[in-house]
Write a protein of this length. Structure first.
Length: 242
């Protein structure tokens, strides 16, 4: 039977044979001396530890900053109030198509229970329902029925950019918007009716008493002073001659 012995195994085998024949025993390594394998491991770890230590000393240590609140910029920051046109913000559009609606205090007309007013529409992204037009703002003339809470559109003017810039086509004879539509609560139409059907305090038709002519006030005062005062209930009128 043949045995294949490596050099390291051969050294161990020779020592064991000499020990069995009564020869000198193989010298045993001291327990404190490191083995060849452990020396190799230590040598391989030493450069890695030195490199890691050097990288730690070279890299600056910066404290981690606490995350701050997210900063969001509204698209409405680009909108101009256009105060010269009497525009005032009245409503936001739906979340799926962000927009802003303004009403103008100029040229507001009332015919019975119907109020006509100008509305301004601003959009965050181009609108394309009027092919091939893409617009970002528009002005409409709205008729608002305050009693029925309905509305319809009589004219529309389109603008290619926000803030009524770069005027596009306009339509003053609308066939699709002649039918009165119900205003759903919470929508832009509901906001238009709330704005147009609320009479301003400065436009009251009744005149205050102080606005009457002085001559009429004097005549009323004289007539009131010449009329005899009615006696209180159960009392005697001592100024009446009997």
């Amino acid at each position: 039977m043949r045995a294949f012995v490596t050099p390291l195994m051969g050294a161990v085998l020779i020592c064991s044979l000499q020990d069995a024949r009564g020869g000198s025993a193989c010298p045993q390594p001291a327990s404190s001396a490191p083995s060849a394998s452990s020396a190799v491991v230590k040598c391989s770890k030493a450069p890695a530890r030195k490199a890691a230590h050097a990288a730690t000393q070279a890299a600056p240590v910066t404290p981690s900053a606490a995350p701050g609140p997210a900063v969001t910029t509204s698209w409405k920051g680009v909108l101009d109030p256009l105060s010269a046109g009497g525009w005032s913000f009245i409503s936001d559009g739906p979340p799926e198509n962000p927009s802003a609606v303004y009403a103008s205090s100029h040229s507001v007309m009332r015919n019975g229970n119907v109020v006509s007013a100008w509305m301004r529409w601003e959009f965050s992204r181009p609108q394309a329902e009027v092919y091939p037009l893409h617009y970002l703002s528009a002005v409409t003339r709205e008729e608002l029925d305050c009693d029925e809470r309905t509305y319809r559109r009589s004219a529309v003017f389109y603008y290619l950019r926000n803030n009524l810039q770069e005027k596009g086509p306009s339509f003053t004879a609308l066939r699709d918007d002649t039918t009165w539509k119900q205003a759903i609560p919470g929508t832009e139409a509901d906001a238009m009716l709330n704005w147009g059907c609320t009479p301003p305090a400065a436009k009251l038709s009744e005149k205050p008493l102080a606005a009457a002519k002085p001559a009429k006030l004097t005549a009323i005062a004289v007539a009131a002073s010449s009329a005899p005062a009615a006696p209180p209930s159960g009392a005697t009128d001592v100024h009446t001659v009997r």
